[in-house]
Write a protein that binds this ligand. Structure first.
Ligand SMILES: [Zn+2]
Length: 505
């Protein structure tokens, strides 16, 4: 008596097929599982045995051998509880699923001791790839049914407990597949109550954020404590375009694996992640025995906000260079290397000096020149090279603080209009929405950053006067390109260059 059930496990953000083979034979009554790490096997065996007993089923008095193949694949235990239990019931003919049904169906789920089926991490990437694995149906915990159903390419059966599932599999009680309409779901869940009009004053910083969003330029804020850097950064997602279905799925996969979907089937708003500066390198970049995504991946298609940028450990910041460059994270392991997506906009914030008041109009800085130098040295050159826009945020003035919201009219909607205009220009320029001005190579810059003669003269003067590096020169052009794009201007003009130079210091 032998049977084979299909299951799957996420590796990185992709699903891999796992065959659950169950064999019943005469011999000493016993229950073996092979193909899982030792500790997981012990726990799994106990959960399955107890869950079956509490669902009114006694294990067959035979020698039960379960094999999870391929053995070489690293597996985490709990989501195989359900396929193993179903495999045992099929092998002892308690269930009689036909060969086609078995071939077409994926089972995933963790069992509770009382026989209920508990939600698992990683259901979304498995459902997403199920079609590619030649499956037509996925049977999984009820709590995971909505995230899986949003994919739309396979039949999704969400189950509460073993008894309910057994009735269904014995064709004694039909079950309705879960259906979720993505478009109405996403429309209903994209509203946010944050708006740039909540931030008083700071026109200059808001403009810099508009440019950052329009060309996906990484940005650095320097400003005294309490100047509203966090408040500004938090509102950046409100001026970025709504997430597309593909973006939403890609980001949600990361959240699904991390168990962070929080009862929402999908992430539909651009994520805003702001890890504390004490975070470990693995926490920020990703890692662990079973590699888990880090903050850079949780910020995929959104914002990574690093406040008190200089307080992060130096090697933690250095590790940011790879994802900033490649828009993904590679984690090397003995058996296989695992990758997670990590395309985010970096917003870094810092105090201008250790005391926080360098250059402040109201309060004097009390730092020594040596302290200032040490502070400056903390920032690595290569990392700063990946930040196109640097902007100083000043403390809010008394007049601005007193201003009524209606007077300070810069709202998210008006900023977003410019962002959308610029993105449309870039879409035409690069022929894809995945490339933006910040990603231009030196050749691209030459090709796409055409200047009017006066603008060219201005840049030439600035180049010598500010002793710009070649890299600095390219950055100025990229930012100027975005500023011109916001206005829908083909040629970069004097005012665009002038403004771009402001963001260099
Ligand atoms: Zn100071």
């Amino acid at each position: 008596m032998h049977t084979k059930i299909f299951s799957a496990t996420p590796i990185g953000i992709h699903a891999h097929l796992v065959e659950v083979e169950v064999d019943l034979s005469f011999g000493l009554i016993n229950f073996f599982i092979v193909g899982l790490p030792d500790t997981a096997i012990k726990e799994s065996r106990q959960r399955i045995q107890t869950a079956l007993k509490n669902s009114g089923i006694k294990l067959p008095e035979k020698k039960i051998t379960v094999n999870l193949a391929p053995a070489s694949l690293k597996k985490e235990g709990t989501l195989f509880d359900l396929p193993i239990a179903i495999g045992i019931l099929q092998a002892c003919k308690y269930l009689q699923m036909d060969a086609n049904f078995l071939e077409e169906t994926l089972f995933i789920g963790e069992l509770s001791l009382d026989g209920s089926i508990k939600s698992i991490n990683g259901a979304l990437p498995i459902a997403y790839d199920a079609h590619k694995l030649n499956k037509k149906r996925i049977i999984l915990p009820e709590q995971n049914a909505h995230e899986a159903a949003l994919i739309g390419s396979i039949e999704v059966i969400g189950v509460k407990n073993l008894v309910e599932l057994i009735f269904y599999l014995r064709k004694e009680q039909p079950m309705t597949p879960t259906l979720t309409d993505f478009h109405s779901y996403i429309a209903a869940s994209q509203a946010t109550d944050l708006d740039f009009s909540d931030v008083k004053g700071q026109q200059y910083a808001k403009r810099a954020l508009q440019i950052a969003a329009a060309g996906r330029h990484n940005i650095l804020f320097a400003g005294p404590p309490g100047s509203g850097k966090t408040m500004l950064a938090k509102r950046l997602p409100t001026i970025m375009p709504n997430m597309t279905f593909d973006e939403s799925v890609a980001t949600s996969k990361v959240y699904s694996i991390s168990g962070k979907l929080n009862k929402e089937p999908l992430v539909t708003q651009r994520p805003f992640r702001n890890p504390h500066h004490t975070i470990s390198q693995a926490g920020l970049i990703g890692g662990g025995t079973f590699p888990k995504p880090g903050e850079v991946s949780l910020a995929h298609n959104g914002i990574l906000f690093l406040d008190e940028f200089t307080e992060f450990k130096r090697d933690t910041l250095e590790a940011l260079r790879q994802p900033l460059e490649n828009r993904m994270v590679e984690i090397a392991r003995v058996q296989q290397s695992i990758s997670f997506p990590a395309s985010f906009l970096l917003v870094a914030a810092l105090n201008p000096c250790p005391c926080g008041y360098l250059g402040d109009a109201q309060k004097a800085c009390c730092c020594s020149p040596m302290q200032l130098q040490k502070y400056k040295d903390k920032l690595s050159g290569p990392l700063l090279d990946r930040i196109d826009i640097k902007v100083t945020v000043s403390a809010v003035s008394y007049e601005d603080a007193q201003a009524k919201k209606t007077v300070d009219a810069i709202s998210s909607a008006s900023l977003k209009e410019g962002v959308n205009k610029a993105l449309a220009m870039q879409m035409i320029r690069f022929g894809t929405e995945n490339k933006t001005n910040s990603m231009m190579s030196a050749t691209d810059v030459e090709l796409y950053c055409k200047l009017t003669p006066p603008a060219e003269q201005l840049l030439k003067n600035a180049f010598t006067k500010l002793s710009m590096s070649m890299r600095g020169y390219h950055k100025t052009l990229k930012v100027a390109r975005t500023i011109a794009d916001i206005e829908h201007a083909e040629l970069i003009d004097v005012k665009h260059i002038q403004e771009a130079i402001i963001y260099k210091s």
